[in-house]
Design a protein around this ligand. Structure first.
Ligand code: KG4
Ligand code: ZN
Length: 354
């Protein structure tokens, strides 16, 4: 009789906490892919006057908001901490002050409720997020991870099994979108604003470079594209929409070229997947979908709210890690840098920002 309760199959429930950049986020996710409750607070307003994320302001805002948001999510779900199977928090990479706020909170909750602690790599959160939305997505898959701090092509062979095939030698793609937005006076965050403006522009109007296109090296580079955008703007010859559209088209051409390069060197996996903040860009998604079709791969992109930073992807990464028995120690240290593929060679300039 007593053992009956243990044999009852109940999906696991994981509380996820994300605080590595400028979103404070908390979510409850089940191992059966249900997002039971979630809250997200953006710090856009706090950072906007500075044109980018100010680490000290971010850490303070996370510290002020996190505890009430955790309470709110539990109350939204009508449960207590005792009902949670694990607490998963981003432990890096990212702005270290914010990461520490989230991780320390998770440790305190784990200790107080005698619950498992899962220290999650934020990049793994992005990398596995497509599987939260798409139950049919199995391993392996080719992942384009494009965010504010990263631009990588990874072969995802399983949970914790990542082979990095390419990374950026200078700027991340999200960073290039943000800088283009700044040059065009569109404010912060820039990606969505550039995408919107690009819809009214002519993508062939401004001659812009496609850095590393056709290169034998596998990597990305966006610094030269950004400089060319600045020169085009300063020349006064082109409209904002034409610059935005031409920039976006050049960036997408680079993505496609580098993906083709990667696919030429590996056995074609069944699926192409895109994740990270730039995956919210519809022009990027469409171009990747077409590339996948050309290679007879299926294509998956998470819904937009799972592309940019969120806690559901952190909780989901926790769900994926539960079966391994992982239970991280309370002295697990926050990591400002934490590559998904520790064996990949360091490339100049890559991953300097989170
Ligand atoms: O994944 P994310 O939310 O945070 C990081 O971990 O970096 O990515 C944020 C980045 C920003 O650079 C932002 O401008 C970009 O993703 N982004 C976009 C779009 N939405 C967000 N870039 C292009 N088009 C978008 N629609
Ligand atoms: Zn992110």
């Amino acid at each position: 009789m007593g053992s009956h309760a243990h044999t009852l199959e109940r999906p696991a429930l994981v509380l996820g906490i994300e605080s590595s950049c400028d979103e404070t986020a908390v979510a409850l996710v089940t191992s059966e892919r249900a997002i039971v409750a979630e809250r997200i607070a953006s710090q856009e307003a706090e950072h906007a006057p500075y044109g980018g994320v100010v680490p000290e302001i971010a850490a303070r805002a996370h510290a002020e908001r996190l505890a009430p948001m955790i309470e709110a999510v539990l109350s939204d779900a009508g449960i207590g901490l005792g009902d949670v199977d694990a607490i998963a928090a981003t432990a890096g990479p990212g702005l270290i002050g914010g990461v520490m706020v989230g991780l320390v909170s998770a440790k305190a909750l784990a200790m107080a409720s005698d619950t498992r602690l899962l220290a999650i790599n934020h990049l793994e959160g992005h990398a596995l997020s497509p599987r939260l939305a798409d139950a049919a997505l199995g391993f392996p898959y080719l992942l384009l991870l494009v965010s504010g701090g990263h631009c990588q092509i990874l072969l995802v062979e399983g949970v914790g099994e990542y082979r990095r095939l390419a990374t950026t030698i200078d700027d991340a793609l999200g960073e290039a979108f943000d800088k283009t937005a700044k040059i065009l006076g569109l404010g912060y965050p820039g990606g969505p604003a550039v995408e919107r403006l690009a819809r009214d522009g002519d993508a062939r109007a401004v001659p812009l470079p496609r850095p590393l296109k056709g290169s034998k090296e596998p990597h990305f580079s966006f610094a030269g594209l950004k400089s060319a955008v600045l020169r085009a703007h300063e020349s006064g010859e082109y409209s904002g929409p034409d610059i935005a559209a031409s920039f976006q088209a050049a960036a997408i051409e680079c993505l496609l070229d580098r993906l083709d390069h990667a696919l030429a060197r590996i056995e074609t996996p069944p699926a192409l997947v895109v994740a990270g903040g730039v995956a919210a860009n519809l022009a990027v998604r469409e171009a990747l979908e077409a590339l996948a079709a050309r290679h007879n791969m299926r294509f998956t992109a998470p819904p937009l709210k799972l592309c940019t930073d969120n806690a559901a992807m952190i909780a989901w990464a926790g769900c994926e890690r539960l079966p391994s028995g992982q239970n991280d120690p309370l002295d697990f240290r926050a990591r400002p840098r934490w590559p998904l593929d520790p064996e990949a060679e360091t490339v100049r300039g890559a991953g300097v920002k989170a």
